[in-house]
Design a protein around this ligand. Structure first.
Ligand code: GLA
Length: 381
């Protein structure tokens, strides 16, 4: 990818670029907890986005996307990012970095990547982090990694309309080879936990669907957590987010919230505990316990938080019954995308053929398998 990008850059702009890379992410466990300042357990993967960049001494930025085979140009003095266009992610990061007081002169950029589209590996976070890393490197801005992460998150809020948490850009920026990040989304700090799977492998299964309600429902779920906090603060003013509640508090939470709000709050509260339990299971080398927590996470996301869909439920439930599968659950925001599965390496072929057949009979769709390796975070190459 590095070579393709550098060559494409030369043929478009006739100069030699520097190249930044930012990876996509998986999340082992801890879903819909980041925006409640809870805990998540993501890791960077080897697939990602590459950005080639060079100064052009012009008042404009000239972009080319390899994936879309499209050019785009904008003036640095006046540009307006529009929802839904790939160049919006460039303009979003430029706008936020400029707003923070850094000077950004004109540049040329080529973007390419190898993250399967719509798979839920957070290609947009990887794109924003790669752009931030490239701009910081090219203009020697020395932007702290954590700031790049926060700009990437804000860009998603402002220009993509998804009120996401910090997990995706954080994992892309801070990922470490063979380690997952036990991330505290209140302090925005993490502990690195070795991912030692012995004769097991992580494999994603892409449902190949993304239901249209994904973004609006994501924002609604976030809003309902915030509403629960406001109600609970009536009796317990010290609660800032659902992160401040423990599993032992569920009784009092239930007595205050409506059943609909309670089941969502219950997911966040129990999921935070599952994150710690899963990190401990991994530290203890107890993959069976780890796998059982993946299943419990899926059940909670599906039944209580209601962010799964028929396709994700089918894949997870089918996988639980297969030989060699220790765990399976929906990964990411939900309503489509992938399941993450912990499967004995020697059973992978059987797993793939059984899942392919069953999924195709049920939905008429050929699912896609994405093997993933836990890899390092964003860097200049
Ligand atoms: C999306 C968001 C993340 C996180 C997950 C759910 O990936 O971008 O911030 O909320 O959904 O865990």
């Amino acid at each position: 990818m590095f070579k393709t990008l550098a060559q494409s850059f030369k043929s478009h702009f006739s100069t030699t670029p520097i190249v930044a890379f930012a990876p996509g992410r998986i999340n082992l466990i801890g879903e819909h907890t980041d925006y409640q300042e809870g805990f998540v357990f993501p890791a960077a993967v080897e697939k990602g986005i590459w950005v080639a960049i060079q100064k052009n001494n012009l008042p404009v930025c000239q972009l080319y996307s390899l994936d879309f085979d499209q050019e785009f140009k904008f003036e640095l003095q006046a540009f307006s990012p529009k929802k839904g266009h790939w160049a919006t992610y460039v303009m979003g990061m430029v706008a936020l970095i400029k707003q923070a007081g850094y000077a950004i002169p004109g540049f040329d950029m080529v973007i390419g990547g190898n993250i399967p589209v719509g798979s839920g590996l957070s290609s947009s976070a990887a794109l924003s982090v790669a752009i931030g890393t490239a701009l910081s490197g090219l203009f020697d801005l020395k932007i702290p990694k954590k700031s790049i992460v926060l700009y990437a998150q804000k860009s998603e809020h402002l220009f993509a309309g998804v009120n996401c948490g910090i997990m995706d850009p954080y994992a892309s920026a801070f990922g470490v080879k063979d380690k997952a990040l036990l991330l505290d989304c209140r302090t925005n700090t993490h502990e690195e936990v070795p991912v030692i799977l012995d004769d097991y492998s992580l494999i994603l299964v892409n449902t190949k669907v993304k239901h249209s309600l994904a973004d609006s429902s994501y924002n609604q779920r976030r809003a309902s957590c915030e509403e629960s906090v406001r109600i609970l603060q009536g009796d317990y003013p010290e609660i800032k987010t659902l992160r401040d509640l423990l599993v032992s508090d569920l009784g009092k939470v239930e007595s205050i919230l409506s059943p609909a709000l309670f089941q969502k709050a219950k997911h966040v509260i129990t999921e935070c505990k599952r994150v710690h339990d899963a990190a401990n299971a991994l530290k203890d080398g107890d993959l069976t316990r780890f796998g059982a927590l993946l299943k419990a996470s899926h059940q909670s996301l599906s039944k209580d938080f209601e962010v799964s869909c028929a396709e994700l439920d089918f894949l997870a439930e089918k996988s639980w019954g297969l030989i060699g599968v220790l765990g399976s659950r929906m990964m990411g925001g939900g309503f489509g995308g992938c399941t993450i599965n912990l499967v004995k390496s020697s059973e992978l072929d059987g797993f793939k053929s059984q899942i392919t057949r069953a999924y195709s009979v049920q939905f008429g769709i050929t699912c896609e398998f994405i093997p993933v390796m836990v890899s390092s975070g964003a860097k200049l190459i």
